[in-house]
Design a protein around this ligand. Sequence first.
Ligand code: MD6
Ligand code: FE
Length: 221
Amino acid sequence: MFEPELFPSASALLPLPPGVTWLEGFALDWEDALIGALAQIIKAAPLRHMLTPGGQRMSVAMTNCGSLGWITDRHGYRYAALDPDSGRPWPALPEVIRELAAAASLAAGYPSFEPDACLINCYAPGARMSLHQDRDERDFSAPIVSVSLGLPATFLFGGLTRRERPQRLPLAHGDVVVWGGPARLAYHGVAPVADGRHPKLGRQRINLTLRRAGPLNLNGN
Ligand code: MD6
Ligand code: FE
């Protein structure tokens, strides 16, 4: 007979909005390879605190890999093929990240996701990301694959307007969230990360968001 789980997982208890798939611990099979690949990327394209168009320094430190990288500065939010700090292309998307993105998007029902951009967000304790929509991509038909590593965080998942009260998803090391379809333009953010120490990553949360961002406009950068 089917045995109901005594301790259902957090993802089984929360009704997720349509278009969102939460794969708990999905990235754990790739954990060490991912951490190794991240170290290489950060060496080639160091984490930095970018400025918002309004001139605020973001509390989250960022870098990118893949053919396009998400950047922000006084001129706005956009994707760029070159790292503005070095003038060089972003590091290539490592095979381990490509493989994880393919497996996660397939598991979530998007069998042909081909990411060209991977934003790497690094949160020290206290860092946060305010509610926003992801709308700098060329088209919104591709899903976004989001991988959480290191310290846990509360992901805030709102509606299609800023006014809806967000749902709170406790994301842990190794969790992957895939979102697309009706959720693609939902407002979302990350509550201030609580202090702690992760056995492999120390006092930080790292999030990878894999997207299909391009192609860029001919005159775009
Ligand atoms: C983060 N993530 O988890 C920030 N955006 O650190 C995002 O802003 C995000 O996780 C779009 C899709 C998935 C995400
Ligand atoms: Fe986002």
